[in-house]
Unconditional design. Structure first.
Lengths: 116, 118
């Protein structure tokens, strides 16, 4: 049973380009969470998605950032027109749907975005 | 408001010393989860423990132990006989109100960077 898979592990973009970060949850997991870790800081929640639905995007910047979790395929975190301040590690976590296992969340290895 | 405080930004110890990492949290919920994660220099997040708010028993796993005290809202982590491989940033985290999510929305502390010198 593969863990949460994120790709790419490292991504370099020039200012103004778009960045697409992918997250494949663990098998059977239908809840995905994205986090951002700025240099020298802890992780900050960005968005919580279920299949085809955004449940909580309270941590998402208002502009340039979007996320989706389609019925088929991985969850995508998209950053348009990247700026240097977007350079960070982006982590994805997934959790199972059953209420009896509430509180379990498994993290991927992260994508390190560098904007040059 | 939910909050996690790790007051120790950096700790440096010599190998074989015991070290305790402090974590204090704030929450209005009666049911919640607390976590510790390790982030080694390679950058990934390594899950260490999840603790349910109803279970106040201390836990030991090898050289690691956790002291959960609800009365003081603390969930401290002790490494006994530290090793160089323990050098990492350690994060304490609290689950956001569980009614709104399946437990994957966490509030992280700022982390404690532990350096174990040979």
């Amino acid at each position: 049973n593969a863990g949460v898979m994120q790709n790419p592990r490292h991504l370099v973009r020039r200012r103004g380009q778009e960045a697409r970060l992918r997250c494949s949850p663990m098998k059977g997991h239908s809840h995905v969470y994205w986090y951002r870790q700025l240099p020298e800081e802890g992780l900050k929640f960005m968005v919580y998605l279920q299949k085809e639905n955004i449940i909580d995007e309270s941590g998402m910047p208002k502009e340039r950032f979007s996320a989706e979790f389609p019925k088929e395929g991985p969850s995508i975190l998209r950053i348009q027109q990247v700026v240097r301040g977007d350079s960070a590690a982006y982590f994805c976590a997934s959790s199972p749907p059953e209420n009896s296992r509430i509180g379990e969340a498994f993290f991927g290895q992260g994508t390190r975005l560098t904007v040059v | 408001a939910q909050k996690v405080t790790q007051a120790q930004t950096e700790i440096s110890v010599v190998e074989k010393e015991d070290v305790t990492l402090d974590c204090v949290y704030e929450t209005r919920d009666t049911t919640y989860y607390l976590f510790w994660y390790k982030q080694p220099p390679s950058g990934e997040l390594v899950f260490l423990i999840r603790r349910n708010s109803f279970d106040e028993q201390n836990e030991i796993s090898g050289r690691y132990s956790w002291n959960f005290q609800k009365s003081t809202s603390s969930f401290n982590f002790t490494i006994t006989a530290s090793q160089v491989v323990d050098s990492a940033v350690y994060f304490c985290a609290l689950s956001d109100p569980l009614i709104y999510n399946q437990g994957g929305k966490l509030i992280f502390g700022q982390g404690t960077e532990l350096s174990v010198k040979p």
